[in-house]
Write a protein of this length. Structure first.
Length: 98
């Protein structure tokens, strides 16, 4: 399994618009995506109101690529959110079963 950590910083003043997209579109989309084992959405906190994240556990690399394409190491942004996002990052890890 693969852990995928996706982090977004919104453009100044776009926090509310991104929050609406995050809660109404992104979270439901991720939770219904084939190959997702677990989704942990991270909403902005008062000390960092522009920062949002997703921690996802994917079944395998094939499932992840089926969702984002071959270039899975590039942070995918939905066109609907592109104007709201200042920066984004993506990291991948192998899940360690304990």
């Amino acid at each position: 399994m693969i852990i995928r950590i996706f982090q977004v910083t919104t453009r100044p003043g776009k926090e509310q618009a991104f929050s609406a997209f995050f809660h109404e579109t992104a979270i439901p989309l991720m939770r219904s995506t084939p190959g997702i084992v677990s989704v942990l959405p991270g909403a902005a906190r008062s000390e960092s109101p522009r920062d949002f994240s997703f921690v996802m556990v994917w079944q395998d690399l094939a499932s992840l690529k089926a969702f984002v394409g071959e270039d899975y190491e590039s942070p995918h942004i939905d066109p609907a959110e592109a104007e709201l996002v200042e920066s984004r990052s993506i990291k991948h890890y192998d899940l360690v079963e304990t």
